[in-house]
Design a protein around this ligand. Structure first.
Ligand code: UTP
Length: 225
């Protein structure tokens, strides 16, 4: 299958260590035996800490986003230094990444990050998915899926096993979409996936084996289609 994985920076930077990055690298190498892969890395706590400094200085959103983008490249280049047979898509305007992606997709494991300001890495995952006509986008994050209300606040919150894109878009439209805070998923990314009819699975990636299980057909997280 053609698979795009958006790895939340929160997972990569939970513990900034060789062992933690290696854990994800191993699963990615494993998956590449069966699937063509693009892995897009998020910024996580490094992005948020540095963005908060710029916020405190009342800097404009463009520079806040650019700080976030730099953090995503720190994570992506570190991951690419470990994953064998990988190709790192370095920073440039998003449109200019297209030829590289097309050239290396299926031959190497593509590791990507943030490019244009104004959105999150989930957007890039959706953009690349539409470029290579992917079968699935997996958003590996630090929650178990999509809930009807915030599970951190409401004990009776109910997780959806599946949702359609219209209902999913309604849910994320109510959430914040600003530098460092694309809670749950990027709205524009969801719109691309809906238009292109590409399946999205949001799952807990704290254990990267969940990504393997999902691609082996196990019902895990929330499927949006
Ligand atoms: P992330 O995509 O990691 O944001 O990029 P996120 O959703 O807040 O966090 P995690 O990683 O899933 O936990 C970090 C920030 O970098 C900027 C945005 O401000 C984003 O919030 N960014 C990222 C861009 O402006 N453009 C991009 O292509 C990617």
């Amino acid at each position: 299958m053609k698979v795009v994985i958006s790895i939340g920076g929160s997972l990569l930077t939970k513990k900034i260590s060789y062992e933690n990055f290696k854990k994800y690298a191993k699963v990615i190498e494993n998956l590449s035996k069966k699937h063509s892969l693009i892995v897009v890395c998020g910024g996580g706590k490094i992005a948020r800490k540095f963005i908060n400094i710029a916020k405190a200085a009342k800097a404009d959103e463009e520079i806040q986003d650019f700080i976030g983008i730099m953090a995503t490249h720190l994570n992506a280049s570190t991951l690419a230094s470990i994953v064998r047979n990988s190709y790192l898509v370095k920073w440039k305007p998003l449109k200019e990444t297209e030829n590289e992606i097309k050239k290396h997709f299926g031959r190497k494991i593509i590791i990507a990050a943030g490019y244009d300001t104004g959105h999150s890495t989930d957007y890039n995952a959706a953009y690349f998915a539409s470029l290579v006509k992917a079968d699935i986008v997996i958003n590996a994050t630090d929650v178990d899926g999509v809930y009807d209300k915030d599970p951190k606040i409401f004990k009776n919150a109910r997780k959806y096993n599946s949702l359609n894109f219209d209902d999913f878009i309604k849910i994320i439209s109510k959430l914040e979409q600003s530098p460092g805070k694309y809670s749950l998923f990027d709205l524009e990314a969801a719109k691309i996936l809906k238009k292109e009819k590409i399946k999205l699975v949001i799952l807990n990636g704290k254990d990267p084996k969940n990504i393997l299980s999902c691609l082996n057909g196990k019902q895990i997280g929330t499927t949006v289609l």
